[in-house]
Design a protein around this ligand. Structure first.
Ligand code: CMC
Length: 454
């Protein structure tokens, strides 16, 4: 095929190193000059963080689009759920810092906060936990969906399929314009995700499926469904359950990341809510996003010894090599990911509880971190450990294989997806998400019958 002539050089410009938000009191509009004309574009102010230039009228007025592949400078929506200051390493849900939530709250309370906007009182929390618990079981026929998968399927493949299949089961909670049905669909997804994740794990092992136990907490129940077998008594270690719960909190939401934006975009067409979450799971799976935890652990394993770190780092810096330092770098954080700080601390705690004095992988991770953080390449690019750098070491110590790490991320992120989906659906200004493009293909040409083609 003839290569179309390029009419414009399209190169992405990285964000400035310390993109300082202009003083929002001073700027209420910006003026765009083009072809001898000017256009005043209003500026909208955030309660915290960068203001945005409202370009909604740009195309109608100028006939031009904005160009921002990868959305490095684009706010796709307004939201009240999560705030990130990437330069300062701050993450807050509904105003509460992730550190406070990780150490003082629990996953059910954080879920309520994300969904409802406020921390629950005792009565509200008890009702919420009860309501979620009432939805932990799966329709028995869904077990047949599992059995259609090959035994060696990756559990994320099973998650994509089974969560998508929920859309064929729960017809009484798919009217997105009915607030009650939206709430039931949301609770069902939060409640059923650990059950689906645990069954995906059991299926891969060839062990019997373990049904949920409603007297257990969310995290305890997940560990129970993953690690108990009908033949033996299983007691969940409360300290490990607490670590599991903290991992869930740390992954619960992260504003407009790839999978959340996918859920919002899928939902903007008013699609079935369960199918929207399946779309989010598919997006999460990639190694640049949630799949990085599995890739980071595989990387640590392949490095194997501290002596191999230096050559691995050289490869990660080499543009002709595809290797990256997995669990390092972030589009938004240009400072230490605050989730990584908590995860690192939790990692030491969990290994301590389990009596693991020397985990060779933790040793490699800590040495790798030290070397990378003093290397010019990583310093210049502001690459720091992210949430996925240490999570795999903890999850492995809890007994999970690497293929389950991204599944655990999906279980936790479901509440974030659901909260953002609800916010999008109830936004009075909601519109179907429909980006445009810079077309660089062939101009109009006449169809040539096959016999006349060279
Ligand atoms: N190892 C080596 N070089 C890196 C890495 C890395 N992990 N991350 C970024 N770079 C380099 C990149 O090559 C580029 O260099 P140059 O300017 O010379 O071309 C520069 O740093 C900027 O990177 P980018 O790819 O333009 O940045 P991005 O914002 O598009 O990508 C990222 C962010 C997270 C996809 C990327 O840092 C990455 O692939 N990291 C490894 C995967 C990972 O850990 N992902 C988990 C993210 S946190 C969990 C989640 O929320 O999903």
């Amino acid at each position: 095929m003839r290569k179309p002539k390029r009419t414009a050089k399209a190169t992405a410009t990285p964000a400035p190193k310390s993109a300082k938000a202009p003083d929002k009191k001073k700027i209420n509009s910006v003026t765009l000059s083009y072809g001898g004309k000017t256009l005043e574009l209003p500026v909208m102010h955030a309660s915290e963080g960068p203001s945005v230039i409202d370009v909604r009228k740009l195309y109608a007025e100028t006939g031009m689009f904005t160009y921002d592949p990868g959305f490095t400078s684009t706010a796709s929506c307004d939201s009240k759920i999560t705030y990130i200051d990437g330069d300062a390493g701050i993450l807050r849900h509904r105003g509460y810092s992730i550190d406070e939530l990780a150490f003082k709250s629990d996953f059910m309370e954080t879920s309520y906060l994300l969904l409802e906007g406020e921390l629950p009182n005792k009565k509200q929390k008890a009702k919420f936990v009860h309501d979620i618990t009432m939805h932990t079981m799966l329709h028995e026929q869904i077990l047949n969906v599992f059995r259609g998968f090959r035994r060696d399927s990756h559990p994320m493949a099973v998650m994509c399929g089974v969560v998508g299949a929920l859309s064929a089961f729960y017809h009484d909670s798919t009217d997105i314009n009915d607030p009650h049905q939206r709430m039931v669909a949301s609770y069902r997804m939060i409640a059923k995700m650990p059950t689906i994740a645990a069954l995906a794990y059991k299926y891969s092992l060839g062990q019997p499926f373990v049904y949920p136990r409603n007297e257990l907490t969310y995290a305890e129940n997940f560990l129970h469904m993953c690690f108990s077998v009908p033949a033996e008594e299983y007691k969940v270690n409360p300290i490990l359950a607490r670590a599991m719960d903290r991992i869930f909190i740390l992954h619960a939401d992260h504003e407009q990341n790839a999978s959340t934006s996918t859920v919002r975009l899928a939902g903007s067409s008013e699609a079935n809510p369960f199918a929207c979450i399946a779309a989010g799971i598919a997006s999460l799976w990639g190694p640049s996003h949630g799949g990085a935890n599995e890739a980071a652990l595989n990387m640590l394993q392949s490095i194997g010894t501290v002596e191999n770190i230096k050559p691995f780092i050289d490869r990660a810096k080499d543009k002709n090599d595809h290797s990256k330092l997995m669990g390092f770098g972030h589009r938004v954080y240009k400072n230490y990911d605050p989730r990584a700080t908590v995860m690192r601390k939790t990692c030491h705690e969990v290994l301590g509880v389990l009596g693991i004095k020397h985990d060779p992988l933790l040793q490699i991770a800590m040495e790798l971190e030290k070397i990378a953080l003093s290397d010019r390449y990583f310093i210049d690019r502001q690459l720091y450990p992210n949430v996925d750098f240490y999570s795999g070491i903890i999850e492995r110590a809890l007994g999970f294989p690497p293929s389950m790490f991204t599944v655990i991320f999906a279980v936790a992120r479901t509440v974030g997806w659901v909260a953002q989906w609800n916010e999008m659906i109830t936004d009075p200004g909601k519109k179907i998400g429909r980006p445009r493009q810079l077309y660089q293909g062939a101009n109009e040409r006449k169809y040539v019958p096959i016999a006349a083609r060279k």
